[in-house]
Design a protein around this ligand. Sequence first.
Ligand SMILES: CC(=O)SCCNC(=O)CCNC(=O)[C@H](O)C(C)(C)COP(=O)(O)OP(=O)(O)OC[C@H]1O[C@@H](n2cnc3c(N)ncnc32)[C@H](O)[C@@H]1OP(=O)(O)O
Length: 447
Amino acid sequence: MTDSMQASTSAVDPADFFAAPVDPGSRDRLAATGLDYRVVDHDGSDFAAWLGVVGRGFLGEERTDTQVAAIRERSAHRRSTGVYDSTAPMADAPVATIASWIADLTVPGGAVIPSCAISAVTVSPTHRRRGIARAMLEGELAAAAAAGAPMAMLTVSESTLYGRYGFAPAALSAEWRIDVKRASWIGPIPDGRVDFVTREQARELLGTIHDRRRLSTAGEIPMQPGGWDGYTGTRPDAEKAGSKRAVRYADADGEVRGVAVYTVTENHDDFTKASVHVGYLLAETDDAYAALWRFFVELDLVAEVRAGELSVDEPLRWMLSDQRAATVTVMDHQYVRILDVKAALEARTFGAAGEFVLDVADPLGHTTGRWLLRVDGEGRGTVSRADDDAPAWAVPIALGIAELSAAYLGGVSIATLAAAGRVKTTDAAAAARTFGWHTAPRLSFWY
Ligand SMILES: CC(=O)SCCNC(=O)CCNC(=O)[C@H](O)C(C)(C)COP(=O)(O)OP(=O)(O)OC[C@H]1O[C@@H](n2cnc3c(N)ncnc32)[C@H](O)[C@@H]1OP(=O)(O)O
């Protein structure tokens, strides 16, 4: 446990998970093939080799000692695990890696649930396609379930990898390209003011405002230590830090309600057609949102504004005179995987009352079974095992845990999943009303 590890709001203690041994089932499976699956001592000499293998797995360059020291410091909350092959010439370097930690996931209604975030999954090309990744993923999920985490989550390099373990994309993300010569601003013009701030000031504002803002958007999680430094270029080893600019919005009372960081790429062929990349725009009020986006849409000498990891339902669309000035590309982004149906469903708020019998199929067995979900008029759900005397009027829904996870944050309608043949139910409209949510889920960064 380190200072950077924040206390969770729920019963799962991140420190207990951090200190937990690897799952014995996966350890034994890998041991039977001569491999050693073990947690890496974060402060020990193994960590640098582990990190080097992660970098190589994602096709990166070797890191310098300074970079390793910086990453070691900011990743102290992550449980790093490796698979070792003692017969390999570099036996102190793992042949596979995975990292995980407990983080609060915001769910519809504004509650948070402790979820096992998984990252840094790599298997060396020399050891691929012999089941090592499967053993690690099953092991992490078993360890998370044993620690009491009702959910696991990840962002992915390839969208084909994780459905087999019960994950599904539950919050999509949108990348925007705006032809700002074509779009003019028709949104509100708030009373407050936009001002430039230093990168250090922007980093502080991002941290403070995101900690409040994330609680109103399902799908968000806390930024990891050092994460905002990445956006603002304030890491000691940051490349091209000077290219980052930052502005903030303060309302008419002087309260700072938003901040944005961006970079500009000049166009040497045409000085009036620079492009701007909005690295992160964070607004906790509608006014801050409008003022900051207006700042970008109305920049002089700029032809294109780009931004990624936005919501699939941005108010910005309705603030542009010409909606076709924006090209929006939607992609899968935040994947979640329910590990505990009762804890997960009882944590969220639902869109409408109803009673359902969920017949859940789970390839790993964590959630398999029939579950009775009763949602009251306030959108609060209670879940129990559905035995044979479940009320006759309860709507049956048969689905896999990946489909339940996909619908959990309200990002896809059960009716859509039914139309896609992914869910079977007698009343897709009722299920869609109950599982729906009024705001699209969003995760605003990668982890
Ligand atoms: C959360 C994250 O960190 S996302 C990052 C994922 N990592 C990367 O993209 C780095 C580069 N890739 C790799 O390191 C490896 O190829 C990995 C981790 C993707 C796969 O590791 P392997 O040990 O080869 O996988 P393993 O043999 O356990 O295969 C597990 C299953 O995934 C499937 N699979 C493996 N790689 C891929 C792939 N690239 N695309 C689609 N399916 C795949 C296998 O067919 C197998 O399916 P099955 O068990 O249902 O029959």
